[in-house]
Ligand binder design. Structure first.
Ligand SMILES: O=P(O)(O)OC[C@H]1O[C@H](O[C@H]2O[C@H](CO)[C@@H](O)[C@H](O)[C@H]2O)[C@H](O)[C@@H](O)[C@@H]1O
Ligand code: UDP
Ligand code: MG
Length: 726
């Protein structure tokens, strides 16, 4: 049976050292609480760090044994690794960068080296556990390199990756000296998930700009694999939170806090101590609210839970001091004998207590500067049941993309946040209930089980899609077979695309003139009377003929417009009757696009017009290409024209003309016993599809997705392959 191996830096259980020895408690943080509900099913295993330094082999054995009973497998980190990998690269380099706090980021080569080392350590641990049929699901920013490492060891394995924190604009990511390696690391996965569409869009853009991999509909062509990218907003175990909130323990703890806060209305705030959470800003806004609306003094209490986190990291230590001071100052300034404005707790709470607090609070303040998702917001909603309550939510938390019934605020706008608190406190109960039940419907439908299912379904989908368009590498064995078939065949037909196949791409298409090596190869191949060598290209006939017309070659040019068999007495013929008067109308549209898109240019052929954007900004080029395609498709409807998108080109020409139609004509006219077709572009797919099943069809390029049977890497390999037929 195939299982799922979950991998994350932190296990959902952490070991803690006390005077009586090691004991185990649940970990804090969204990932642990979110996935904790599901991993125990079906023999699944969770691989991760138990949260404390354990170097003694005896203790390691004990912890391994204890965790095994609960479907977990520990990866032990040394003291140096905790410092350089966890506190260092993960939390002083990646965390600030990905949360738009680049000014806090540390760039330290030794951190990076440790990061690589620990990702390798995780890779070994997973490989020891995972069988070839198992699905591996890697989580979060501490393990960005792991998917690629696993892929290298298990090329066919199903690997998913989910990022729980924001993926920022490429402008921030590119600042990291290791950004390319990190992106490549993630692309080892088959499916990459983010909480929001915005994060996903930033990632696609980073991959296009940094690595040059194009994408369409969220599918990236990354080397030999297609990688699917999608948004999966994480949910919570709704029923669990709703049920706990109804339990006697939760109600008791609600009562306990009610007695402590007296008649005052309660505003609740819960987060890990983190500068991304906007805790200091929130305190200032609360203070401003007390100034703006003095009527709330003695009538409202801010109950603030701050969970200790990453307390060895400098910025976190500084924040602790800042928060302590702020709370002290506000409390000492406003408190009365019977009232404390802020009840501040610096520790972590058991679930039943959190639940009691969620019940008690009239208002929840979730106001991070940046937050991947924020599960506290959803837990508050799920715990409210029939009770009224208002959620104030930062527009920069992932959760704001879903919870539109919250009061959405900008956390840097202190005044707006202060006003929002007042608005929440005076909101009519009817409105509170309406908004709350809308949010409950959403949070209960898109719960964590649904999240896991959607992710797994999409992973299965991309695996199937990869297989249907997968091609085999034209390796030594296949090449040998091809040679044997070739030698046996009395009549051989070779369809060879030109650009990207016989000759490498050049910035200016006119510079791709054949070199001596290529001319020599084509001369030798076509000199053999049993061979017919057809150059099948999108280029105009004049250029191609001026380059290669002296050789005994057949030509199919302009993507099938003009055909010419070899021999001096032969003439050019058209595949079908065509017009080109339409060019007058289309040319100005392309010219306008050139004037708007630096680096792009028009290529004019007799019966077609082509817009090239290979030299333009990658992303702008792709956007403009889509714009042009849809505009041209609109104009071409009800006419005899067709629009083709190729590799960094958009071409418009007469309908019914393509390389496939032309190649089919050639097959009918010159029957053969051995057929080879090689090409690199989308337009060559038409050729491949026109070929009989036993033909050798070969796709050239990094991506293996094609209708061809085989693939090879680049023009050098094409030439090498053709030489073996001499
Ligand atoms: O392991 P720690 O260093 O103690 O940090 C705790 C976890 O914090 C982060 O949580 C994120 O995931 C949540 C669920 O998807 C999301 O709601 C939140 O916005 C994120 O910040 C972190 O991603 C985890 O890896 C940490 O374990
Ligand atoms: O004392 C506490 C306070 C909070 N949490 C949990 O910590 C998680 C915080 O997740 P969130 O997504 O809000 O932020 P993160 O800490 O992951 O950045 C939530 O599930 C809380 O219930 C906890 O376990 N103990
Ligand atoms: Mg080509």
């Amino acid at each position: 049976m195939s299982r799922t191996i979950i991998v994350s830096n932190r296990l959902p259980t952490k070991a803690q050292r006390t005077e009586e020895g090691l004991h185990f408690t649940p970990s804090e943080g969204g990932l642990a609480t979110g996935l904790g509900s599901i991993y125990r099913a079906d023999g699944n295993v969770w691989v991760g760090w138990p949260g404390v330094e354990i170097e003694d082999p005896e203790e390691q054995r004990y912890v391994t044994e204890e965790l095994r009973n609960d479907s977990m497998a520990p990866v032990f980190l040394t003291q140096d690794e905790i410092r350089d990998f966890y506190e260092g690269f993960s939390n002083e380099t990646l965390w600030p960068t990905f949360h738009y706090f680049s000014q806090y980021a540390v760039y330290e080569q030794s951190y990076w080296e440790s990061y690589v080392g620990v990702n390798e350590k995780f890779c070994q641990a997973v490989l020891e556990l995972a069988g070839p049929e198992d699905t591996i699901w890697v989580h979060d920013y501490q393990l960005l390199l792991l998917p690629q490492m696993l892929r290298a060891a298990r090329p066919d394995c199903s690997i998913g990756f989910f990022l729980h924190i924001p993926f920022p604009s490429h402008e921030l990511v590119r600042v990291l000296p290791w950004s390319k390696q990190l992106l490549e690391g993630m692309l080892g996965a088959d499916l990459i998930g983010f909480h929001t569409y915005g994060y996903m869009r930033h990632f696609l853009s980073a991959v296009a700009q940094s690595l040059g991999y194009p994408s369409q509909n969220g599918i990236i062509e990354a080397g030999q694999r297609s990688v699917l990218v999608d948004a999966f907003p994480m949910g919570i175990d709704y029923d669990k939170y709703a049920q706990v909130a109804e339990s006697q323990e939760a109600k008791d703890s609600e009562q306990l806090y009610r007695e402590a806060t007296g008649d005052a209305r309660v505003i609740l705030s819960i987060d890990r101590l983190d500068y991304t959470k906007g805790i200091a800003e929130r305190l200032r806004a609360y203070e401003q609210m007390l100034q703006l609306y003095p009527e709330w003094r003695e009538r409202v209490t801010l109950l603030m839970l701050v969970v200790p986190s990453r307390d060895q990291v400098e910025k976190y230590k500084e924040l602790k001091v800042e928060v302590d001071e702020l709370v002290g100052r506000i409390n000492s300034q406003y408190r009365t004998i019977s009232w404390t404005p802020i009840q501040y707790f610096y520790r972590s709470f058991p679930l039943e207590h959190l639940s009691g607090l969620y019940r008690l609070a009239e208002v929840a303040l979730v106001t991070p500067m940046r937050d991947g998702m924020n599960l506290v917001a959803k837990e508050f909603v799920a715990s409210k049941g029939e009770l009224p309550g208002v959620l104030i939510l930062s527009e920069r938390a992932g959760a704001a993309r879903e919870l539109s019934d919250a009061i959405i605020i900008n956390p840097t706008d202190t005044r707006q946040l202060a006003e929002a608190m007042h608005e929440a406190l005076v909101m009519p109960e009817d409105e509170q209930r309406l908004r709350m039940s809308n949010m409950q419907a959403l949070v209960s439908q898109y719960n964590v089980y649904q999240w896991v299912k959607l992710f797994m379904d999409r992973l299965a989908y991309i695996k199937i899609k990869q297989q249907t368009l997968a091609t085999e590498m034209l390796g030594p064995d296949e090449l040998q077979q091809m040679r044997t078939d070739f030698e046996k065949a009395p009549r051989r037909l070779l369809f060879l695309d030109y650009d990207g196949t016989l000759a490498p791409f050049t910035k200016n298409p006119q510079h791709a003139r054949p070199d001596d090596e290529l001319r020599h190869l084509l001369r030798a191949l076509s000199a053999e009377p049993r061979n017919r060598v057809v150059i099948i290209s999108g280029r105009d006939r004049n250029t191609l003929f001026s380059w290669l017309g002296d050789l005994p070659l057949d030509f199919i040019t302009e993507h099938g417009v003009w055909l010419r068999a070899s021999g001096e007495d032969q003439d050019w013929a058209m595949l079908q009757p065509m017009t080109n008067t339409w060019k007058q109308e289309i040319r100005p549209i392309m010219e306008l696009l050139v004037s708007r898109t630096a680096g792009s240019f028009i290529e004019e052929k007799e019966y077609s017009l082509v817009w090239h954007y290979r030299r333009a900004d990658v992303e702008l080029g792709a956007v403009r290409a889509r714009e042009l395609t849809s505009h041209l498709n609109f104009l071409a409807s009800n006419t005899d024209l067709q629009v083709l998108e190729g590799n960094k080109v958009v071409e418009i020409k007469n309908a019914g003309v393509n390389k496939g139609a032309a190649a089919a004509r050639w097959l009918a006219t010159y029957p053969a016993d051995f057929i080879l077709a090689i090409g690199d572009d989308r337009t060559d797919e038409d050729t491949f599809q026109a070929m009989p099943e036993d033909a050798y069809t070969v796709k050239v390029g990094e991506t293996g997705r094609s209708f061809a049977r085989f693939h090879i890497k680049g023009p050098q390999d094409v030439r090498r392959t053709l030489r073996t037929l001499l």
